[in-house]
Design a protein around this ligand. Structure first.
Ligand SMILES: Cc1ncc(COP(=O)(O)O)c(C=O)c1O
Length: 434
C-alpha cells in the first residue's frame, strides 16, 4: 500500500526533495515520475534491482522493455570492458557497424538500415523518410500508441476519457500547426483507417504492431492485413514502430505476422541497454536518405559501444532459443494470472505476446484506447503499490507491461505469482469484485 511504500523508501523521498529543486519533478524522463515521489535505484543485476534504501526488487519492468537480456548481463559486461579501451565515439564511421547492419537485415527482413540513438529519433526520421519518398504530407497514427517525444506524433497518446477520438495534443508547447498533418485512427477499427485514406492524401501510417503503451493490445490479424491492402490501393507507406516489439520476438512483430512493412523502427532491447536505434526498410524507400536529399544525422549514431553491445545482444544473448525460454516463463506468468482470475472469480483479463504481458482489471480485454480508458484504474494502483511494497516491480505504470528477460528464472515467476495471489485477494476485498 502507499503507506508501506512511504515507510520503505525514506531515502528515495530525501533524494526526491533535493532533486526536484534542480530537475523538474526530480527525474530525467517524465515517465519515471509517479505519485507521491519516484523510486531512486542504485544498481541492477540479473533479474533484480536495488533502491537507495537497500530494498531488493525482482524487476519485471526491465527498463520499459529495454533489458531483454536482464541487468548487467555477464557476456555484455565482459566485451564492453574490452571495447572501452578502443574509444567511445570515433567521429567517422565505426567499421563494425556494417556487421550489425547485416545482422539486422537478415533478422528483420529489411533491405537497408540506418542507425540513431533513441526510439524517438528513429520514428521521427521514419516519418520524414516516408514523406520524402511519397512526397505527401499526412501521417496517420493510432490513438493510444506512443512513438517517442517528438512533436508530430505526440497526439492522442493518452487523452482523457471525454477527449477520446477528438484530436488532442499530448504536450504543452506544440502548436496546432505542427500537428495539423497528423491524423488519428482507432486501433482495431479498419473503417477508421479506410475513412481517412479515402479522404486524405496520406504519406504513411505508423503503428505499434502490438500496442504496448496501453497495456498490451494485439491487433486482429484481419485488421492488420486490411491496412496492407489499403496501402496498396491508396499508395501510402506502412511503418511498424518495433521499438518495443522488436526485442520481444526473434524477428519482431513483422516476422511474427509474416508481414513486410515499408519501414520499421527498432530500439530498446536490441542493444542490451545501451542507446541505439534503427530505421530500416525497403531499398527504394531508404534510398531517399542522403546528403542534400533527406536529412538523417547524429553525433552519437552507431557509437562503437552501442554497436558492439547490439552485435553481442542479437547474436549471443537474445537468440531464438533464449527468447523461447523467456516466452515459456511468460506463458507461466500469464497462465498464473488467468488462473487467479478464474479461481478468485475476479474481473481480470490477461494479454500476452512474446516475452511481455499485462493485466486489465476488466471483464473483457480492451480492443482499443477507448475501451482501455474506460477501465477503473483504482484496483490496478492498489495492486501496484502492494506489489512494490512486497519486492516486485510488476511493470512501470498502468499503461505498461511486464518483460521477461533471459535472466529471469522459474523461481522469479513463482515468487511473483505467490505474492500476486495474496494481493489480488486484497484488491478483490476492497473493490468488491463480482
Ligand atoms: C513504441 C515506442 N516507440 C518509440 C519510443 C521512444 O523511444 P525512446 O524513449 O528511446 O525515445 C517508445 C518508448 O517507450 C516506444 O514505446
Amino acid at each position: 500500500m502507499l503507506s508501506d511504500y512511504k515507510k520503505l523508501t525514506l531515502n528515495s523521498l530525501t533524494l526526491y526533495n533535493i532533486a526536484s529543486r534542480i530537475m523538474p519533478y526530480g527525474v530525467s524522463s517524465n515517465y519515471r515520475y509517479f505519485e507521491p515521489y519516484p523510486l531512486y535505484l542504485s544498481r541492477g543485476k540479473g533479474s533484480r534491482v536495488w533502491d537507495v534504501d537497500g530494498n531488493e526488487y525482482i524487476d519485471f519492468n526491465m527498463a520499459y522493455g529495454a533489458l531483454g537480456i536482464g541487468h548487467s548481463n555477464p557476456k555484455l559486461v565482459k566485451i564492453l570492458k574490452e571495447k572501452l579501451e578502443n574509444g567511445t565515439i570515433l567521429g567517422f564511421e565505426f567499421a563494425d557497424t556494417l556487421k550489425l547492419a547485416k545482422i539486422i537485415k537478415s533478422r528483420f527482413n529489411v533491405d537497408m538500415v540506418r542507425f540513431s540513438s533513441t526510439g524517438t529519433e528513429a520514428t521521427m526520421h521514419s516519418i520524414r523518410i516516408a514523406r520524402a519518398y511519397t512526397r505527401k504530407k499526412k501521417i496517420i497514427k493510432f490513438e493510444g500508441h506512443y512513438h517517442g517525444s517528438h512533436d508530430q506524433l505526440l497526439v492522442n497518446v493518452s487523452p482523457e476519457k471525454n477527449e477520446v477520438m477528438k484530436k488532442s495534443i499530448s504536450s504543452y508547447g506544440i502548436p496546432y500547426d505542427v500537428v495539423k498533418n497528423t491524423l488519428i485512427a482507432e486501433w482495431n477499427n479498419y473503417e477508421s483507417v479506410e475513412k481517412l485514406v479515402k479522404k486524405e492524401d496520406v504519406a504513411a501510417i505508423i503503428m505499434e504492431p502490438i500496442a504496448m503503451n496501453m497495456g498490451l493490445i494485439k491487433p486482429d490479424v484481419s485488421f492488420l492485413k486490411g491496412i496492407f491492402s489499403l496501402a496498396k490501393e491508396y499508395g501510402f507507406l506502412i511503418i511498424f514502430d518495433e521499438v518495443k516489439t522488436g526485442g520481444k520476438f526473434y524477428s519482431g512483430a513483422s516476422g511474427y505476422y509474416g508481414l513486410k512493412p515499408d519501414l520499421i523502427t527498432l530500439s530498446k532491447a536490441i542493444a542490451g541497454g545501451l542507446p541505439l536505434s534503427v530505421i530500416a526498410g525497403k531499398k527504394e524507400v531508404m534510398r531517399v536518405v542522403g546528403p542534400n536529399k533527406t536529412a538523417h544525422g547524429g553525433t552519437f549514431s552507431a557509437n562503437p559501444l552501442s554497436v558492439t553491445a547490439s552485435i553481442v545482444t542479437l547474436t549471443q544473448i537474445l537468440t531464438e532459443n533464449s527468447l523461447y525460454e523467456a516466452y515459456k516463463l511468460n506463458s507461466m506468468l500469464s497462465k498464473g494470472y488467468q488462473d487467479f482470475a478464474d479461481d478468485l472469480d475476479l474481473d481480470l483479463t490477461v494479454s500476452m505476446w512474446g516475452t511481455s504481458g499485462s493485466i486489465f482489471f476488466s471483464k473483457v480485454l480492451p480492443k482499443n484506447y477507448r475501451e482501455f480508458s474506460e477501465i477503473d484504474q483504482r484496483p490496478w494502483y492498489k495492486y501496484f503499490w502492494l506489489m512494490l511494497s512486497n519486492g516486485i516491480i510488476p511493470m512501470a505504470d498502468y499503461d505498461e507491461q511486464w518483460t521477461i528477460s533471459t535472466q529471469h528464472t522459474k523461481e522469479d515467476i513463482m515468487k511473483h505469482l505467490e505474492i500476486a495471489e495474496n494481493i489480488l485477494k486484497k484488491v478483490k476485498e476492497e473493490f468488491k469484485y463480482r
